[in-house]
Design a protein around this ligand. Structure first.
Ligand code: ATP
Ligand code: LTN
Length: 334
């Protein structure tokens, strides 16, 4: 069967527990893209070690994240779900691309600056060349599109520059990837500080709703969500807390913000928070049930891990072989 879908690549790090921000802003949209595109969704565990990790914890979280991709509705037959570290081509191409990347380019990366400020005791070379590994991820699969948040746009720009640089020296080797920015870029903000995005590494557990939170915890977090004293449910920048709750409700129900305003016209914040909490609980329930099911089915998940990594490696190796030939690595004697 000929697969004429365009190719899409994206990845997530298994650091911390996923929040409804990750789900509503990324994972939920990933699922929708799997019909139109041939999707490679990686658990980017090689990127994770740029920050010091507890080995047992990393292994556990990586497996949880891969399982969550499936629980969210990504079909591992239709798409390819795999650990980055299981396909050695990522490391090999990253090295080669390192030799085509200028220090000045990496010095400009804002994520590097942010992360080195945050981890001042461990500013390692991997953190510096993080974007080059990301370029390798994308270019190995000849991805046409890459769904990323705005925070990753600079890395995607670098990927395009590297691909163009390489192609201009060696001919058409890499597809130049385009960013895919979702229509309603549901950016979910912290429940405790609506000027900050909800993030899985937030130290305050009340700031984020985690995908595996139980209903009581979810309801409590929404009840405690920071709002204002305006006492009207309006979608506007002057009321960032309420705006965020409307965004969450919209993302869960598919309603437009103005319809949410209408639905809750004249109602108090207490009622609204309860409604948002209940909606989130009902969206997460099936996901949590599937997660439990899948986690008890070890052989099934192991099978996917093995089979999907092999499929990914086949594609990646093809690109890598071409690159090695172009740059003049001696051929292997068989
Ligand atoms: P960390 O706290 O470890 O930096 P994070 O929660 O900010 O993590 P990332 O691993 O950087 O999440 O991103 C994973 C995916 O989730 C990306 O596609 C990103 O755009 C998306 N995402 C993260 N946070 C949000 C949010 N608050 N709203 C919408 N999308 C988000
Ligand atoms: N850096 C990204 C994760 C990531 C990625 C990728 C995203 C690693 N490789 C390739 C898209 C394509 C992040 O932190 N969100």
């Amino acid at each position: 069967m000929i697969d004429d879908r365009k190719i899409l690549f994206s990845g997530m790090q298994a650091t911390g527990n996923l929040t409804i921000g990750n789900y509503l802003g990324a994972l939920k949209n990933w699922v929708k893209l799997t019909d139109e595109y041939e999707c490679y969704y990686s658990v980017v565990d090689m990127h994770s070690i740029t920050v010091r990790q507890d080995p047992t914890e990393l292994r556990k979280r990586a497996r949880k994240l891969l399982t969550l991709y499936i629980a969210a509705g990504i079909d591992p037959k239709k798409s390819i779900l795999y650990y980055q570290s299981h396909v050695s081509a990522h490391a090999e191409l990253a090295w080669i691309l390192n030799c085509f990347t200028y220090m000045g380019e990496l010095n400009r990366m804002t994520q590097f600056k942010d992360k080195s400020a945050k981890h001042a005791d461990n500013i390692n070379a991997g953190l510096f060349t993080y974007p080059v590994l990301m370029a390798a991820d994308i270019l190995l699969y000849q991805a046409d599109v890459v769904p990323v948040g705005v925070d990753q746009m600079q890395h995607l720009e670098l990927t395009r520059d590297l691909a163009q640089r390489f192609n201009s020296i060696y001919g058409d080797v890499f597809t130049i990837p385009e960013p895919y920015i979702g229509k309603v870029g549901a950016k979910i903000m912290s429940l405790q500080d609506p000027s900050k995005k909800m993030s899985k590494s937030d130290e305050n557990p009340n700031a984020s709703v985690y995908l595996m939170d139980d209903p009581d915890t979810i309801m409590r977090k929404f009840k405690r969500a920071v709002t204002d004293s305006e006492a009207v449910i309006k979608y506007r920048d002057e009321q960032p807390g309420i705006k965020n709750l409307i965004d969450i409700y919209s993302a869960c129900t598919g309603l437009k913000p103005e319809d949410v305003e209408k639905e809750f016209y004249g109602k108090g914040y207490g009622d609204f928070k309860t409604a948002v909490g209940e909606t989130v609980v009902s969206v997460l329930k099936p996901l949590q049930d599937r997660m439990k099911d899948l986690e008890s089915n070890k052989d099934y998940i192991d099978g996917i891990i093995k089979d999907n990594a092999e499929r990914a490696a086949r594609t990646a190796e093809k690109t890598l072989r071409k690159v090695k030939k172009k740059i003049g690595y001696p051929e292997k004697i068989r």
